[in-house]
Design a protein. Structure first.
Length: 643
């Protein structure tokens, strides 16, 4: 029979009373929820302990508060050493995992990941870097307070009930994950602890089924920023505290009690999860279903082109909401409607109103008189610091234009983790840096077997980033028209002779989306390579037009694609060269159909004016700087030294 778990809090430092949530009021217009408002929880954890007074345990659930001793074994939490000293070790039932795959965790194999700089554990400051385990974190009051805050949030959400263990149950484990939340200037904002279930031990068909959950597309984020700049709307940022805990589970999932918070009355019981939990395979899907269902009930509609975009339209009032897991961007035509919506959300979800949008998923938004300047200066600096290159000599391009890359011209790296983590970080940096797209795309093609030469090439990209660290893209008012630039580098790859496709799409003067990608097949001519790029650009324009229609924006004129290959333009407009292009028939009909219907126009542009040339090949420095300066905006001058 299920029993309620006892609330156990570690020894705490004096409480801060500065974070008590303000009362939330609901509103009665069509976007008001019907549920009664509930108070917000305090999810802010500073250097001193966050208040735990908002949690009211039952009288039968005592709170244990014992001094922390550094000599306590990591297997027994320090704050529970007195109460647990007389208990025998608890043996949980076997997970019953019959999956044939043998993982490192099953074989008790741990592989140490080495970075550029090695540190001794005794010299690490775990108030400035995340601790790797509970046994380390429990020695610091800030991290103990963070774990207590997370555990209390789990209790408030009734995330689980304790039940007796059974050999027939498939029981998964859990562990603590720690994260330092920082301000845009890099200073510590709060210490965050997250209880994460070991979803890698779940079995398909037993404790999970569907797992897919959408996140907002980068192009959609940039489009919303462009529309906000066009209409001079304010941008609001929200954060849902413990978002995954709001999702309801459809499957029966059992989990061991978290270390540090084992119920002394029922130490051998296990957790029967009632709500979703971080780490579960179905957790993102459960949260998104909960959020989207609630928003649809408020009168919002979900975009058909991007499921994470929600639109509200009633008379003159227009609201746009973007959801990326638990982070929200909100903008619209009426500030009062935005304020009422925030209050409505706070009555259902534990919400933090972060005010005006300034920092979102590594993006920094600077407000200017003519729009928004979006950049990733802090994120780029973090990459440079992490790889010990914050003082490196800058260079003018992210690649050596005179060299041709080869995957077999150097010794393979003994530990490819360094290269892969660096390239992954650089790939996210391309969110606001189209000038890095070709170089990063080239590096991504060697993730399977990187060599020393590839690591040197990746470090050169860091040198270029060092000199252009303040660059980003500018969103400002302009004409509401779509234009695209498409280009291809025919047979540019020396290994397999495949071509590189590139495109850039603008809404007015604002760069919305771009791509640099190697084509999937070898092109037999430059016309074929250019035409494939034309088809990719046409598909992106078709998607953006549908997305604009979801916003209620209909263009007065068809989009224009600028191409520098006359043969490809002729092929798009006339039934010519068909005998030599039968193998590209799908792309051929796709583009021609849209040209004939008037959905787009294809115009010629000289090669020297082709902006997409920046994303197709390693250009000489003068040409590269000319094109990149047309795409990027910078808050200061570049600092190049050498090549």
């Amino acid at each position: 029979m299920p029993t309620s778990s006892t609330i156990i809090t570690p020894l705490s430092t004096p409480h801060n009373n500065d974070h008590s949530p303000a009362p939330i009021t609901s509103f009665s217009d069509p976007i008001s929820p019907h549920s009664a408002p509930i108070p917000l929880s305090n999810d802010h954890v500073s250097d001193s302990t966050s208040s735990t007074s908002s949690l009211s345990p039952q009288s039968t659930s005592p709170t244990l508060t014992v001094p922390v001793s550094a000599s306590v074994s990591p297997s027994i939490p320090a704050h529970m050493s007195d109460s647990m000293s007389t208990l025998l070790p608890v043996t949980h039932s076997s997970s019953g995992n019959t999956h044939p795959m043998t993982t490192r965790s099953k074989a008790s194999i741990s592989k140490k990941k080495q970075g550029f700089v090695a540190h001794s554990k005794s010299t690490l400051d775990y108030l400035n870097i995340e601790p790797p385990s509970y046994s380390v974190a429990c020695k610091y009051s800030q991290w103990r307070d963070a774990m207590a805050s997370e555990f209390q949030a789990l209790q408030r959400q009734s995330t689980w009930t304790l039940v007796p263990s059974s050999p027939h149950f498939h029981v998964i484990g859990c562990h603590w994950v720690f994260k330092i939340k920082r301000h845009p200037d890099g200073s510590v904002a709060r210490y965050k602890a997250r209880l994460v279930a070991k979803g890698n031990h779940q079995q398909a068909g037993i404790d999970y089924d569907e797992t897919f959950s959408p996140v907002v597309k980068p192009a959609t984020v940039r489009l919303v920023l462009s529309l906000a700049a066009q209409n001079k709307w304010s941008l609001r940022q929200l954060d849902v505290s413990n978002a995954f805990l709001h999702g309801a589970l459809k499957e029966r999932v059992y989990m061991r009690q978290p270390v540090g918070f084992i119920d002394p009355q029922f130490p051998s019981h296990i957790c029967s999860l009632q709500k979703s939990l971080y780490g579960l395979r179905q957790a993102p899907r459960a949260w998104f279903e909960k959020f989207s269902t609630h928003f649809l009930s408020l009168g919002f509609t979900a975009s058909q082109s991007d499921s994470s975009l929600f639109i509200f339209r009633q008379g003159p009032t227009v609201l746009y909401l973007l959801l990326y897991v638990d982070d929200i961007i909100l903008t619209g035509s009426h500030q009062d409607a935005i304020t009422e919506l925030v209050a409505a959300l706070a009555s259902v979800f534990e919400l933090k109103d972060l005010g005006r949008l300034t920092y979102f998923l590594g993006l920094q938004i600077d407000y200017q008189s003519n729009g928004f300047f979006v950049h990733q200066t802090k994120y780029a600096l973090d990459i440079l610091t992490r790889h010990n290159m914050s003082t490196t000599k800058p260079c003018s391009t992210p690649f050596v234009s005179s060299s041709r890359d080869s995957s077999s011209d150097s010794t393979p790296l003994s530990d490819p983790y360094i290269f892969r983590s660096l390239v992954g970080a650089l790939q996210y940096l391309t969110f606001t840096r189209p000038d890095l797209s070709y170089a990063v795309n080239s590096l991504c093609q060697h993730m399977h077997r990187p060599s020393v030469a590839h690591l040197v090439a990746a470090k050169r990209v860091l040198r270029y980033v060092r000199g252009t660290i303040s660059c980003g893209i500018l969103f400002q008012p302009g004409p509401m028209s779509l234009t695209a630039f498409t280009d291809a580098d025919w047979a540019g790859n020396p290994v397999d002779r495949r071509s590189t496709t590139a495109f850039l799409v603008f809404l007015g003067n604002n760069l919305i989306t771009w791509s640099s990608k190697k084509q999937s097949t070898v092109a037999r001519s430059s016309t074929e390579a250019e035409y494939r790029s034309l088809a990719v650009g046409a598909a992106e324009l078709a998607w953006l037009r549908m997305l604009l229609c979801d916003f209620g924006i209909f263009l007065n004129s068809p989009p224009i694609i600028w191409c520098d290959n006359l043969s490809a333009i002729s092929l798009a407009s006339n039934p010519v060269f068909h005998a030599r292009t039968k193998h590209v028939e799908i792309d051929y009909h796709f583009v021609r159909e849209r040209v004939i219907r008037g959905d787009l126009k294809v115009h010629y542009i000289p090669t020297e004016d082709q902006l997409a040339d920046l994303l197709t090949k390693a250009l000489p420095s003068p040409r590269f700087l000319l094109l990149s300066n047309k795409l990027l905006h910078s808050s200061r001058l570049h600092a190049f030294e050498g090549g």
